[in-house]
Design a protein around this ligand. Structure first.
Ligand SMILES: Cc1cc2nc3c(=O)[nH]c(=O)nc-3n(C[C@H](O)[C@H](O)[C@H](O)COP(=O)(O)OP(=O)(O)OC[C@H]3O[C@@H](n4cnc5c(N)ncnc54)[C@H](O)[C@@H]3O)c2cc1C
Length: 521
């Protein structure tokens, strides 16, 4: 039987990061990936037949990837800032307007708040809210690649900076601080959306799922900035793969793991490749698949893991031109950042309530952004010259359960709903701007949570493999651990399901590798 020091189950970006660290430390590492390519949900693909456009098919922006990982692994990555943070089209008193938030808010942002809300109050509240969050990010981000600390330590550190909002961001439902801070429904909604991206939750959810999701969206690298990976998400994964291989890790694609057995001292991983079943033994196993998938591979017992449920629809569009806006804003500015559609505070609550009661929301909240305004390199030079653009729509509040009866019909209905929502703010229907592929079909791809599960194996289509956990120790026993441990001492979680592993960050991979190395030495 083949033997190596560490077997990594799954070849998502986190698995690649874990493999790279371990191989750099001199361990023999084998990565087993079911699909023909590595990267999981962090990949670029030519989605539309005959069209040379490599879209970030699932994940598209990078915030949580620490600079330290880029340095440690010697990665060459170009992560580019967007000039605009967000633009929100709004109809007030029958007039189409918009709320612009620049990346570095200046007079244009201030003027936009004033025009929408009638005073400077909301803008001042916005600045102080995000200044407090920036302090929280500065406290939490540097700890993400260290053993877990107690929450009390981080809280004291934050309070030493003079910020007193720990309770509002962490201990109480986020809706309370949002409602206390902002008066305008749209401003409240724009603030709340970071709490419900990839997380089916609402402002007053007592589970505080929304607070955890919010925190992850705002602490990345200590700034919370979401940057555009030049070359698309596939370029990021390609660098992780290169680093893992260069350090000596073996990456095997087309290798589906069917069984994981570990007893604390030794482990065996069985996989199928080229129609043949093989078993490899190892001292350690890292699992880059979702915790619920790992449970199944260990023999089906749930091991206390809940089945996750995703709640998003991803729509990929390729356009021959950007659409004009009814507000008169320049689409090159409006779509350069996050373009919010029907994400007012009341809109979000209503959509949540409808979805929770089992129906597709009547107005579907979602957000878009145009990759090619910041990085045209994902298009062929001909398409760039012709003025083509990509648009990505991340639709909220569409839990997997809504699609179970008839995925095709509900997916189509959801896509129509999201596009109708967008069209309400456009001067021309988005459909008129869509490109055609070589077969004359519209360049429009829609992925429900069930489609995400079927293609990249995220259970329930949950983009983080399960609800996010606080990025610190939640019990005294967790202090000093890496947040990657399982009930078996030589089996660790390196994927999104690790504490602090969610999103495209590599943190799960880094932390699982450190847990192995701490025992290896
Ligand atoms: C639509 C969408 C949009 C998103 N947008 C963003 C974004 O903009 N920014 C961001 O930071 N995050 C985003 N995310 C979340 C992010 O993509 C994930 O959190 C991240 O990719 C998880 O990486 P991972 O390596 O932990 O796992 P995955 O990417 O899930 O990789 C797991 C790998 O394991 C493989 N696998 C599964 N079962 C087996 C098996 N039995 N044997 C072998 N291999 C197996 C899978 O094929 C897959 O390659 C998005 C996700 C989705 C779906």
């Amino acid at each position: 039987m083949e033997r190596c020091d560490v077997v990594v189950v799954g070849g998502g970006h986190n698995a690649l990061v874990g493999a790279a660290y371990l191989a750099q430390a001199g361990l023999s590492v084998l990565v087993l990936e079911r699909l023909d390519v590595t990267g999981g949900a962090a990949v670029s693909e030519r989605v539309f037949p005959g069209v040379d456009a490599r879209l970030s098919r699932y994940s598209y922006l990078v915030s949580l990837l620490p600079d330290q990982i880029i340095r440690d692994l010697g990665l060459t990555l170009d992560l580019r800032s967007r000039a605009v943070a967000s633009y929100t089209p709004v109809v007030r008193d029958g007039t189409h307007r918009g709320l612009l938030v620049e990346r570095d808010p200046g007079p244009a942002t201030a003027e936009s708040f004033r025009a929408l809300t009638g005073s400077d109050r909301e803008y001042a509240a916005w600045q102080s809210f995000y200044a407090d969050l920036a302090e929280l990010a500065r406290v939490v981000a540097p700890t993400m690649m260290e053993p877990l600390r107690p929450a009390s330590q981080l809280r004291s550190q934050l309070e030493r900076t003079g910020v007193r909002t720990w309770d509002g961001f962490v201990d109480r439902p986020l809706g309370e601080i949002v409602e206390r801070t902002f008066a305008d429904d749209m401003v409240r909604g724009v603030a709340l959306t970071d709490a419900v991206i990839g997380t089916f939750s609402h402002a007053q959810d007592p589970s505080l799922r929304q607070n955890r999701c919010f925190l992850y969206h705002l602490i990345g690298n200590g700034t919370g900035e979401w940057r555009v990976p030049v070359g698309g998400m596939g370029a990021v994964t390609a660098e992780f793969s290169r680093a893992a291989r260069a350090a000596g890790a073996r990456l095997l694609t087309g290798a589906e793991v069917v069984k994981v057995a570990a007893d604390g001292r030794d482990a065996e991983v069985t996989y199928v490749a080229d129609g043949e079943e093989r078993t490899v033994s190892a001292a350690y196993v890292l699992s880059g698949v979702a915790p619920v998938t790992l449970s199944r591979l260990r023999g089906g017992s749930p091991h206390g893991v809940e089945a996750p449920e995703g709640a998003q629809v991803k729509v990929n569009l390729l356009l021959t031109r950007l659409p004009r806006l009814r507000s008169g804003a320049d689409p090159r500015q409006a779509f350069a950042g996050t373009f919010h559609v029907d994400e007012g505070y009341a809109d979000l609550q209503k959509a949540y309530d409808e979805a929770e009661s089992g129906t597709l929301p009547t107005r579907l909240p979602g957000e878009l952004y145009c990759h090619t305004l910041t990085d045209p390199t994902i298009l062929s030079p001909d398409l760039v010259r012709a003025g083509w653009h990509t648009l990505t729509l991340f639709g909220l509040h569409t839990p997997a359960r809504l699609f179970e009866q008839d995925n095709t019909a509900v997916r189509d209905k959801a896509a129509q709903g999201y596009l109708a929502g967008l069209n309400a703010y456009l001067d021309e229907p988005i459909e008129d701007c869509l490109a055609l592929d070589q077969n004359g079909r519209l360049c429009l791809e829609v992925k429900s949570p069930l489609d995400v599960e079927a293609s990249v194996g995220m259970p329930g289509g949950h983009i983080f493999h399960g609800d996010l956990a606080w990025p610190w120790a939640e019990s005294p026993e967790d202090v000093g651990r890496w947040g990657v441990e399982t009930d078996i001492p030589n089996l660790f979680i390196c994927g999104s399901g690790a504490r602090r592993g969610g999103a495209v960050s590599g943190i799960g991979g880094h932390n699982a590798a450190q847990a192995v190395l701490a025992r290896w030495r």
